[in-house]
Design a protein around this ligand. Structure first.
Ligand SMILES: Nc1ncnc2c1ncn2[C@@H]1O[C@H](COP(=O)(O)OP(=O)(O)O)[C@@H](O)[C@H]1O
Ligand SMILES: [Mg+2]
Length: 434
């Protein structure tokens, strides 16, 4: 029989990227805003991680500016130790990021299973992440949320920074919005007297300490105890510290966790801080040139036979999700009836396709730095109309309100993520400095 109605509609791979271009595979992660699953491109057969954010939830959580900002920043960057964006698109229900797939799991997952990591392994990750952080800072971007949950391993065991949800551009003007996960926040953020990209080096220090010793350097039962500890406590070492870490290692941790940003490791301007870090004796075994070409063999190779993900994400999707992800054709959009937030997503979460478009910046002070599609493979070097239109839509502004999770302090928005409250998480939509 075989009625004509059952024949699948042909997929237009030359047109804008849509969910129809991908086969949906297992769920591997969940963040506060998005779910993440493995997908395969039907034409190229490449595997990717698809992070998708439900529009309704995004509006409810007042996170529309964050999602747009994340999409814009990710278009600008491409680095061996960053989880790079390959495609971006939306349908009526979700905004989608298609990212490099990391099959080795995140460092929170490994830390929870192992208790702590070998110093050699951590040194290797710190070197890779330092290279990513220096690259971001060179492009005027601060990440603000470096923590083990946002560091992902590929299947060979290389570390990559992900989650640009609260990353921002910075310039001369210092930021004041309290943003990030409190346990990893630099003291100058909590002091509310202004901070800049130096905060990322501090967070990297907190991560490295936690990975080596299996506990964080500054702790507190309440947010105010934690704030006190970060701001005032002297850096202490666990009793068995010398068994787990050499003196040069401890000196690097101490250097990253220096409250004085003029002395903090990594912070000297114009990349000099990173150059100093590269010359540090702790890294003498690291061949930095090979590292940046991704030619070094990682000291820990994640077990490819075991799933390096929490199986609960997949189970939850199978058992509890009443609206499972499915490719759906878009309804003709009636922009008149859209709320401002939906309209903002419609207009500003523009499609991106790394095979067809050149990466570029949405921010005035970075406009001159066109970023090549070095890893784009078959890039045609074509620039889509979406990126040649000259004037970019304005930077999204915070739409602050008093919904359950959002509080406003001094004009900045702090968004509390209940599932991570033990870390004292506060999220902020910092306005882009001009
Ligand atoms: N590219 C990826 N490959 C594999 N897993 C990923 C990828 N991106 C995210 N994940 C998993 O999903 C989790 C949430 O993703 P993240 O980008 O941090 O979202 P959120 O902004 O909601 O925190 C991560 O902690 C990680 O475990
Ligand atoms: Mg995250």
């Amino acid at each position: 029989m075989g009625g004509v109605c059952c024949r699948p509609t042909p997929i237009d791979f030359d047109g804008d990227v849509t969910l129809f271009h991908f086969t949906l595979l297992r769920c591997v992660g969940k963040g506060a805003f998005g779910k993440v699953r493995v997908v395969q491109h039907k034409q190229t057969k490449e595997l990717y991680a698809l992070k998708y954010i439900n529009k309704q939830k995004c509006v409810k959580m007042k996170a529309v500016p964050n999602v747009i900002q994340e999409r814009r920043l990710l278009e600008e960057i491409d680095h061996p130790y960053i989880v790079n964006m390959r495609y971006a698109f939306q349908d009526d229900e979700n905004c989608f990021f298609c990212l490099d797939l990391m099959l080795g799991g995140d460092l929170r997952f490994h830390l929870e299973r192992l208790g702590s990591l070998e110093e050699d392994v951590v040194r290797f990750y710190v070197a890779q992440l330092a290279s990513a952080v220096a690259f971001l800072h060179e492009h005027g971007i601060m990440h603000r949320d470096i923590k083990p949950d946002n560091i992902l391993l590929d299947q060979r065991g290389n570390a990559h920074l992900t989650d640009f949800n609260i990353a921002v551009h910075f310039s001369e003007r210092k930021l004041t919005g309290v943003a990030g996960s409190m346990a990893y926040m630099a003291p100058e953020i909590l002091a509310k007297r202004g901070y800049t990209c130096h905060v990322d080096w501090w967070s990297l220090g907190v991560c490295a300490y936690e990975l080596i010793f299996g506990r964080r350097p500054f702790r507190g039962r309440t947010n105010s105890d934690l704030t006190y500890s970060i701001s005032k406590d002297s850096l202490k070492w666990p009793e068995d510290a010398e068994k787990k870490c050499t003196r040069p290692g401890m000196l690097v941790l101490k250097g990253l966790l220096d409250r004085d940003t003029s002395r903090r490791t990594g912070c000297k301007p114009n990349g000099e801080g990173f150059q100093e870090l590269r010359r540090n004796p702790w890294f003498k075994e690291i061949d930095w040139e090979k590292l940046e070409l991704k030619e070094l063999s990682p000291p820990f190779v994640p077990d490819a036979k075991k799933a390096n993900f929490d199986a609960s994400h997949e189970l939850e999707e199978l058992l509890l999700e009443d609206n499972p992800l499915k490719a759906k054709a878009r309804k003709a959009s009636n922009q008149e009836n859209m709320t401002p937030e939906y309209k903002q997503m419609e207009d500003q979460f523009t499609p991106y396709d790394f095979k067809k478009m050149q990466r570029r910046s949405y921010y005035p002070h970075n406009q001159s730095q066109l970023i090549s599609t070095a890893t784009a493979g078959s890039s045609t070097g074509m620039v889509s109309s979406a990126v040649t239109s000259g004037s970019r839509p304005g930077t999204p502004m915070t739409t602050a309100g008093d919904g359950g999770r959002v509080t406003i302090h001094n004009g900045s928005m702090d968004m509390h993520r209940p599932e991570e409250e033990h870390d004292g998480v506060a999220y902020d939509n910092e306005k882009e400095p001009r």
